[in-house]
Design a binder for this molecule. Structure first.
Ligand SMILES: Nc1ncnc2c1ncn2[C@@H]1O[C@H](COP(=O)(O)OP(=O)(O)OP(=O)(O)O)[C@@H](O)[C@H]1O
Ligand SMILES: [Mg+2]
Length: 502
């Protein structure tokens, strides 16, 4: 094979099943050297499974893999790394309590020919890798004190330190602010020009067009489409993803009449440390309130404070006209609040419990609410929610860790709706879910409001926020910068400017 035509990765006829259920059926995938190849498909389509095979996390049942022309066994993660395959985003492999440089060199095997290296050298090398990436960061910072964007960059640096030739990015921008996303895309360009090949998993069409050369779509564990992005339309991609033509539902319908004048939640002068300050607003029965703002503007902190996860240091919260004291999530739930958290893996699920248990037991810090369900009711309730949310799971007794990322998200949503809250707060509920599910979630949000409940919705995707919100609070530096009713917002650009502080 000539060098020019050599592929970075060539996967042929890959099959994989779990407990007899086929998840990948004769899937083919190729990646050219220096190419960015997007991988798309519905939640549960098999994207992460295919990539885990490439990383040596899962063993394929059949098929062949070549990395840079060489047949690769990929019998474990060490073998994959040795073949030049690097990291993933959906699950971090980092240790939060260690520094950036320690994380980069934290590895079981000796590095290259050097063997184990001393701390000073490791620090120096880490610094050099970041400089090379064009990223400025103090490598002696402890990771947990840094924003998510830097966790990702640390993952990339770690892979590069291990001489990765192929990088797998699974939903890399799911929790990034706009400027961080831009920086990531610039980094991708630089990596490409150095001959690094990238597999880019994403549910966001705009990003795919922006960074990728080609796209492969999987549907139900099979190849549905591979095309150059310059030769395929978004509608064709969506059709390949969902298997049918789809009409979007991103237009706002004025529902002024449906919103009552009853104030269900009244917040005045609320503060929490330095992250939330002097926040005041009213939320009405039947109203959907969108929270817009940049990363770090205090949106998550605001809902966390209302839910008793973060401590309020000043201000007053009234629910149904009565002052409410909420010092922990238990008290929040007792007051009719529910929060679907942003970091759903860490906060929303008990990972080693079954899908069924996660759906039916709203456990938080060991607290049980609502009437206890009997065994058979649990089974029935779980089955109902699985069908309502089209959660893709072979067996509801399966541990929730075995679900695909997007399906785990649906379990979290289903679980909190099961508590029948009067005020539902959702933090980026559509991050990581496929395009069809996104529509389902938005329809569900509208439905909840119709039932006379109130919703607070955080989303970084402005079209989405604009399509459901009756009112939007724009937060900046922990404060309410604007409080706009939907009719006061003429366009997405207008809201974008408000968010940017222009
Ligand atoms: N370890 C496992 N045991 C059993 N089933 C599994 C396991 N890992 C994945 N699956 C199943 O394989 C299917 C494909 O999952 P996968 O994680 O590859 O989907 P995905 O395309 O990455 O979806 P998402 O967009 O939601 O991340 C799902 O039905 C999932 O439940
Ligand atoms: Mg996945």
């Amino acid at each position: 094979m000539s060098k020019a035509s050599q592929l970075a990765v060539e996967m042929t006829d890959i099959t994989k099943g779990f407990n007899g259920v086929p998840v990948l059926r004769q899937v083919g995938f190729e990646l050219e050297v220096g190419e960015v190849h997007a991988l798309a498909g519905e939640n549960g389509a098999g994207k992460s499974t295919l990539m885990k095979i490439l990383q040596g996390v899962y063993q394929r049942d059949g098929g062949e893999v070549r990395v840079l022309g060489e047949l690769a066994g990929l019998t474990d993660t060490f073998a994959a790394r040795a073949a030049g395959i690097g990291m993933v985003f959906q699950e971090f492999s980092l240790v939060p309590t260690l520094t950036v440089w320690q994380n980069i060199f934290l590895t079981a095997e000796p590095l290259g020919k050097l063997g184990f290296i001393d701390d000073a050298t490791a620090r120096q090398k880490a610094k050099a890798i970041f400089e090379d990436m064009g990223v400025s960061v103090d490598v002696t910072s402890v990771l947990e004190n840094l924003p998510t964007a830097l966790w990702q960059l640390t993952e990339i640096a770690k892979a590069l330190a291990q001489n990765a030739r192929v990088l797998i990015m699974d939903e890399p921008t799911a929790s990034l602010a706009k400027h961080e996303t831009t920086a990531l895309f610039e980094l991708i360009e630089r990596l490409k020009s150095r001959g690094i090949s990238i597999i880019y998993i994403s549910h966001r069409m705009d990003e795919v067009y922006r960074v990728a050369d080609r796209i492969t779509v999987l549907r139900d564990g099979q190849n549905a489409l591979t095309a150059k992005l310059s030769e395929v339309t978004p509608a064709q991609i969506v059709e390949a993803i969902v298997g049918r033509k789809m009409s979007g539902n991103l237009t706002y319908a004025d529902r002024g009449d449906e919103i009552s004048t009853d104030v269900v939640l009244s917040v005045s002068g609320l503060a929490s440390g330095t992250r939330v300050s002097n926040v005041s607003f009213d939320l009405h029965r039947g109203e959907i309130l969108g929270l817009a703002g940049l990363m770090g503007s205090g949106r998550t902190e605001l809902v966390n404070t209302l839910f008793g996860i973060d401590r309020a240091t000043a201000g007053r919260v009234e629910i149904d006209g009565k002052v409410a004291t909420i010092r922990n999530p238990g008290q929040a739930i007792a007051n009719g609040l529910a929060l679907i958290p942003e970091d759903r893996r860490a906060q929303g699920l008990v990972l080693d419990h079954s899908v069924e248990e996660n759906l039916t037991l709203p456990l938080l810090g060991g607290l049980k609410v609502g009437p206890l369900l009997s065994g058979s009711k649990i089974v029935a309730r779980a089955r109902e929610m699985i069908s309502t949310f089209s959660i893709k799971v072979a067996d509801q007794k399966m541990p929730v860790t075995k679900l695909s990322g997007g399906n785990q998200q649906k379990v979290v949503i289903g679980k909190w709706l099961g508590t029948n809250p009067s005020i539902l707060m959702m933090d980026e509920p559509t991050a990581g879910v496929d395009i069809g599910t996104k529509q389902e979630i938005l329809a569900m949000v509208r439905d909840i409001a119709k039932q006379g409940k109130a919703v607070i919705l955080i989303s970084s995707e402005l079209p989405e926020l604009l399509s459901v919100s009756d009112r939007i609070l724009v937060l900046r530096d922990g404060e309410v910068a604007r409080n706009l009713s939907r009719s006061e917002i003429p366009s997405e650009e207008f809201l974008q400017l408000a968010v940017q502080g222009a």
